[in-house]
Write a protein that binds this ligand. Structure first.
Ligand code: GDP
Length: 365
């Protein structure tokens, strides 16, 4: 499944946010390294279309799409050199599709800051530097390996080597790989095998005190300014508000509490929506009497790959897909009516699946 990793220095509020995000319980304690093992939680992606499909199909069950969230604790200065179990944590980040970078923007004298005072821009740079050093290690290895190979005359090979050197020079200025301008084709061909940590999409979460959750504070403003040239989003969230909301049973209570704080939507809900957008995800549906279900794909997936999200056998044995657009399904009210009105398209293996498609796969076993 698709996975986002929560990173940040110790004691910035990662576990608190993670707990609010998932049903899994990690210990939130005023102690660095309280979460040694990576904690994985699963988030349901809210989607109103599922409710509409349920009304029409009346299935036995409805299964929403999910995104996995991993709480990656223990990143500290020196992690890329193995400090504080650093390498293990960096490996955990490598496995994720996107990064949620939590920054401490709240003052609280009772909560120890590992570097003495609250300064989210410095904190961000500490984490970034570790990730960059790790990336540079990989880039250097590939450069020296390829230089030995030196396929003289192979234009594509030399182009790749040149790009690697450019990326290296770029990152040596303390920049993240995601800011490096490169075509999607080159990126896929020459960088994908490196699984660069700083190339992953990122959301910066400014963990602010309850009073600052609407307007922000000087810390969150400093973060915004520092990241304005990065391809990244920033969100204002108060992890402590989120943890209070997370334990409220009734929707009305939650809504009242949020409105008291001047909010319309919980930070968790905003974070899920942003993560979904950040990961460049789309949803297709299967709609049978047994099950109406949302499936998560990456934008740009072709029909066989999308089928593979359900089962690898669906991808291997793919024959064709019958596709109904969501709006047609709602308009005509059933698969049969869509078929009768020419709204059921038979698509082959080159079909680019679109958000909202209702798919029925035909495959060989
Ligand atoms: P982690 O090490 O980044 O996972 O941080 P934790 O989530 O364990 O939080 C460390 C400490 O900071 C805990 O005692 C939390 O209760 C506290 N904390 C987390 N978020 C906030 C917040 O928004 N405001 C305040 N005042 N304390 C918080």
């Amino acid at each position: 499944g698709l996975q986002a990793g929560i990173v940040g220095l110790p004691n910035v509020g990662k576990s608190t946010l993670f707990n609010a995000l998932s049903n899994a319980k990690a210990v939130a304690a005023n102690f660095p390294f309280c979460t040694i093992e990576p904690n994985i939680g699963v988030i349901t992606v809210p989607d109103e279309r599922l409710i509409a499909l349920e009304k029409i199909v009346n299935p036995q069950r409805v299964v929403p799409a999910t995104v996995e969230i991993v709480d990656i604790a223990g990143l500290v200065k020196g992690a890329s050199k193995g400090e504080g179990l650093g390498n293990q944590f960096l490996g955990n980040i490598r496995a994720t599709d996107a990064i949620i970078h939590v920054l401490r923007c709240f003052e609280d004298d009772n909560i120890i800051h590992v570097d003495g005072n609250v300064n989210p821009v410095r904190d961000k740079e500490i984490i970034d530097t570790e990730l960059q050093l790790k990336d540079l290690e990989g880039i250097d290895k590939k450069i020296s390996k390829n230089e030995k190979l030196s396929k003289t005359g192979d234009k594509e090979f030399l182009h790749g080597l040149d790009l690697l050197k450019q990326l290296k020079a770029f990152m040596e200025q303390g920049k993240n790989a995601r800011g490096f301008e490169v075509s999607p084709e080159d990126k896929e061909k020459h960088f994908a095998d490196l699984f660069l940590l700083t190339m992953k999409p990122v959301i910066y979460v400014c963990n602010v005190d309850e009073k600052s959750v609407v307007g922000g504070n000087n810390h969150s403003e400093a973060v915004k300014e520092a990241v304005k040239n990065e391809k990244a989003e920033t969100l204002l969230i108060s992890a402590s508000i989120e943890s209070e909301i997370a334990v409220m049973e009734s929707f009305e209570d939650r809504q009242l509490f949020l409105e008291d704080m001047g909010l319309h939507e919980s930070g968790v809900a905003r974070l899920i929506t942003s993560t979904y957008r950040l990961l460049n995800l789309a949803t297709y549906f299967t709609a049978g009497v047994q099950e109406v279900r949302a499936w998560t794909i990456t934008k740009g997936m072709l029909a066989p790959q999308a089928a593979g999200v359900i089962h690898t056998d669906f991808e291997k044995g793919f024959i064709r897909a019958e596709v109904i657009k969501y709006t047609d399904f709602i308009k005509y009210g059933s698969e049969a009516a869509c078929r009768d009105n020419g709204k059921l398209a038979v698509q082959g293996k080159d079909y680019l699946v679109e958000d909202g498609d209702i798919m029925h796969f035909r495959f060989n076993v």
